[in-house]
Design a protein around this ligand. Structure first.
Ligand SMILES: NC(=O)c1ccc[n+]([C@@H]2O[C@H](COP(=O)([O-])OP(=O)(O)OC[C@H]3O[C@@H](n4cnc5c(N)ncnc54)[C@H](OP(=O)(O)O)[C@@H]3O)[C@@H](O)[C@H]2O)c1
Length: 327
């Protein structure tokens, strides 16, 4: 496992980190024992950074991480998020009182005195034009409740605006073989400002593992069944916002350009790590064998320029018309 410095936080984090949404909920049935086994496998592989949120299973994911950390000796850095407990996303909900309550809840769930990294959880675009909210976050840092803060964004433009605030040390954004736009403009700016980048939905919700088929079925409480068209939250969070059948065609084209002997998940993750601005990819996983498969990506050789160009060509032809101008 290779490690990178996470922006200006000073944390050295594993290039392959862990997305802890699925172990909280919204991905069909989940078993805490198996989730803990997956987390332990991750730590055995050298993974030391985990992304969660207060709303993943309404605290279940955070509490599981507290339990996991109690049993492990090595240092594990945890990033959590706040903002999605609001009944409806509105800038007016991001008050000092609400944020204080959300931070206090996460401190309790994670059983810590200070949060390593707090991210605003995809707030409305208008929130980025409210400097007072970033002021509240500065106050939490000064009070010792959080060590660092960052944002999780839906759109490139939100990321560009967010990093104007000097306290924003990390940006979490969707970036994968089906979502290339962040690399065009934002990555350079992030490098210049030493902002850490967490690449989320790196496997396009499982599509980029190559295991999904036209007849794959998902449980009713799996967002891959209930949010395909953005019915519950931003459409981009499910299958990266790409139409399912088009994505499956593109997956077959990617299969043809992969080096032999690699799993597609490893390929998709190694592809992300080719971008210097990216600090880490945060694949979600519920099973130890998925974690082991994903962690191996960090030690694989670099992809050739021809392979990188081949993925870009597939993206431009099949995927870009569906997503490029949306996020
Ligand atoms: N708004 C936000 O801030 C936001 C939104 C979305 C995600 N995130 C963060 O980003 C993380 C990653 O995104 P994600 O979990 O949505 O999607 P993802 O990482 O693209 O896909 C994860 C899913 O792919 C499957 N998988 C993972 N590794 C595999 C492997 N090696 N082989 C086969 N299948 C594998 C698993 O699902 P199955 O086994 O069930 O198929 C897993 O739950 C989240 O966990 C969360 O921390 C944040």
């Amino acid at each position: 496992m290779q490690y990178c410095t996470l922006g200006r936080t000073g944390f050295r984090v594993s290039e392959i980190s862990f997305g802890a949404w699925a172990i909280g909920g919204s991905w069909g049935a989940v078993d805490d024992k198996e989730s803990l086994a997956a987390l332990n496998k991750a730590a055995d592989c050298g993974l030391n950074f985990i992304d969660t949120a207060d709303v993943y299973g309404m605290g279940r994911s955070e509490r599981l991480l507290a339990q996991f950390k109690r049993d492990r000796k090595q240092e594990i850095v945890i990033a959590t998020k706040a903002g999605r407990k609001l009944p409806a996303q509105a800038v007016e909900g991001y008050t000092r009182e609400n944020l204080t309550q959300w931070v206090d809840d996460s401190l309790k769930n994670l059983a810590v005195d200070a949060l390593d990294l707090l991210q605003l959880h995809c707030p409305p675009t208008a929130l980025y034009y409210r400097p007072e909210v970033f002021g509240y976050l500065d106050d939490f840092v000064a009070a010792g409740k959080i060590r660092h803060y960052g944002v999780s964004v839906e759109r490139v433009e939100e990321a560009l605006k967010a990093i104007e605030y000097p306290g924003v040390k990390t940006v979490q954004i969707i970036f994968n073989c089906f979502r290339l736009r962040p690399a065009a403009l934002f990555f350079d700016q992030a490098l210049k400002k030493q902002v850490g980048i967490l690449a989320r939905v790196p496997l396009a919700s499982g599509l980029l593992t190559g295991k999904l088929r036209r007849d794959s079925r998902f449980a009713a409480d799996d967002h891959r069944a209930f949010n395909r068209h953005g019915e519950a939250f931003d459409r981009g969070e499910t299958f990266s916002g790409v139409d399912y059948d088009t994505a499956l065609d593109a997956v077959e084209e990617i299969r043809r350009v992969m080096p032999e002997g690699w799993s597609m998940a490893q390929f998709a993750l190694r592809w992300i790590l080719m971008f210097e601005a990216v600090t880490c990819a945060i694949p979600g996983a519920k099973k130890p064998e998925q974690v082991a498969d994903n962690c191996r990506a960090s030690d694989l050789p670099a992809l050739s320029p021809e392979t990188m160009a081949a993925v870009e060509k597939i993206y431009s032809k099949k995927i870009a018309p569906l997503v490029h101008q949306r996020w």
